[in-house]
Design a protein around this ligand. Structure first.
Ligand SMILES: Nc1ncnc2c1ncn2[C@@H]1O[C@H](COP(=O)(O)OP(=O)(O)OP(=O)(O)O)[C@@H](O)[C@H]1O
Ligand SMILES: [Mg+2]
Length: 450
């Protein structure tokens, strides 16, 4: 049997050395190495023809993926966990210089099928590759045997972030989730506005467990997850923000990635309300998202804030402007600031669906804390449900096109840069700077900051 191998190695010299070694492994067909975690996930997601399902989709995947310990931006173990969850018929081998038992256990816990020591030796590499391929073949036989439904692709992750506070982030996240649920999708709505999340207030929920209860738990089993999730009468699975905002600090980027990955393995659609203050946890979600929405209102202050948010994401290599989709909320016909201008000012695409300003429609539901009761004739609801359609959230799982993720071709995110977003406090870049007087000329001039 030919063993198809896909190496994921950031360093070009290490990639060349590995390719040379693999050329000597019998029956191995090695694909050109991918240089970062996003490229690996994209390559695996794109391996099968778009409409292939079941065994055909699984068969298109390489048998073995080799992950170098210094891959980025996702740390190697997180990447292995993601691959193991999303592509369980792929055998992953970690390449590492640390041959200690602790790392070995951690790799196995993450879902690796083997660990090969650096510097690599031919015999060890060949043995690990063969073992992982054998395991992958066994899984495929099992899947092809028709006894069990083959694992589908992981659920879509959508993040909703506010350009600034109060732009309608939570209303947007909640209505998108309700629309997807109404369409029959399994939907998890997670509140990653950790300090001041108010999904519970909008959906009339009193539930004490929160996302904090999942931080620091290495194995997020279905049981552990279910204990922290509130099954809302609307059918949404809610993972709420902590009642005490300061406890949000307990959720770091690693925990956020684990939680989001665990949710994606169990729900068709995972929507995260990221608030407007970037911390390491919500930044990790934005980084992983299939679609990252940025909600703004059509006014100078909010659009400036949107632009600042986009630049912050770009500087910290969280996401590129062109991979971010801005949603214009509270749009009125008479404002001069229309979507094309916002697209130009932020450098992002703007959703074709805009949301009208309709305070009176929303007021009763906001006051009662029951956003689920928003009338079907509401123009805001209609717009947000249309937006759900535009985003593919209400389509059948197999028909959903994968929206471009934010990290293709991006250099690795080093630990130093990542630490620029602490678990708790707002990074200095995210706080509003001094007001800049509007520039005298040019259509987008009011949004320019010094
Ligand atoms: N399209 C709209 N028309 C009128 N009012 C709206 C619209 N969208 C949101 N609002 C109102 O704006 C207020 C803020 O909305 P929401 O809580 O969703 O914003 P947010 O960005 O999540 O705020 P926060 O920064 O507090 O998390 C709410 O009172 C909501 O009802
Ligand atoms: Mg909010």
């Amino acid at each position: 049997m030919t063993i198809r191998i896909l190496p994921a190695v950031g360093d070009p010299d290490a990639a060349r050395a590995l390719t040379t070694l693999l050329a000597g492994v019998p029956d191995a067909a090695t694909a050109p190495p991918v240089a970062d975690s996003a490229a690996l996930l994209d390559a695996l997601a794109g391996a099968a023809p778009p409409d292939a399902t079941g065994p055909a989709a699984v068969e298109a995947l390489p048998e073995v993926v080799l992950v170098h310990e210094r891959i980025g931006p996702l740390p190697a173990l997180d990447l292995i966990r993601e691959v193991a969850l999303r592509f369980p018929a792929v055998g992953v081998v970690l390449l590492t210089a640390d041959a200690g038992p602790a790392l070995y256990s951690a790799a196995m816990d993450a879902g690796a099928r083997g660990v090969a020591g650096l510097p690599l030796g031919h015999d060890e590499l060949a043995a690990r590759v063969r073992a992982a391929a054998q395991w992958a073949a066994g899984v495929r036989v099992h899947l092809g045997g028709g006894r069990e439904a083959p694992p589908g692709p992981a659920g879509t992750l959508l993040t909703v972030t506010g350009a600034k506070g109060g732009t309608g982030t939570t209303v947007t996240a909640v209505q998108l989730a309700l629309a997807a649920r109404q369409a029959g999708r399994r939907v998890a709505l997670v509140d990653l506005d950790l300090q001041s999340g108010d999904i519970a207030s909008y959906l009339d929920v009193q539930f004490r467990r929160s996302v904090v209860d999942l931080a620091g738990i290495a194995d997020l089993s279905a049981r552990v997850l279910a204990d922290a999730i509130h099954d809302h009468p609307t059918g949404l699975a809610l993972l709420l923000a902590p009642e005490e905002g300061e406890r949000g600090e307990e959720v770091d980027d690693h925990a956020a990635r684990q939680i989001v990955t665990a949710l994606r393995a169990r729900y068709d659609v995972v929507i995260a309300d990221c608030g407007s203050q970037m911390q390491s946890a919500n930044a990790a979600a934005v980084e992983l998202a299939d679609t990252a929405l940025l909600v703004t209102t059509p006014d100078v202050v909010a659009v400036r804030a949107a632009k600042r948010q986009v630049r912050l994401w770009d500087r910290l290599r969280i996401r590129k402007a062109e991979s971010t989709l801005t949603v214009v909320n509270r749009l009125t016909r008479h404002t001069e600031i229309q979507p094309p201008l916002i697209a130009k000012a932020t450098g992002t695409a703007v959703a074709a669906t805009t949301v009208p300003a309709a305070f009176k429609e929303l007021q009763p539901c906001v006051d009662s804390g029951r956003m689920q009761d928003l009338d079907a004739r509401s123009t805001v609801r209609a717009a947000l449900w249309a937006l759900a359609g535009e985003l593919g959230l209400v389509a059948a799982a197999s028909g959903v096109p994968r929206l471009k993720s934010g990290h293709r071709g991006r250099p690795s995110l080093t630990g130093r840069r990542r630490k620029a977003l602490p678990a708790g406090p707002v990074p200095p870049q995210a706080t509003p700077g001094p007001a800049t007087p509007p520039a005298p000329a040019g259509p987008s001039a009011p949004y320019e900051e010094g």
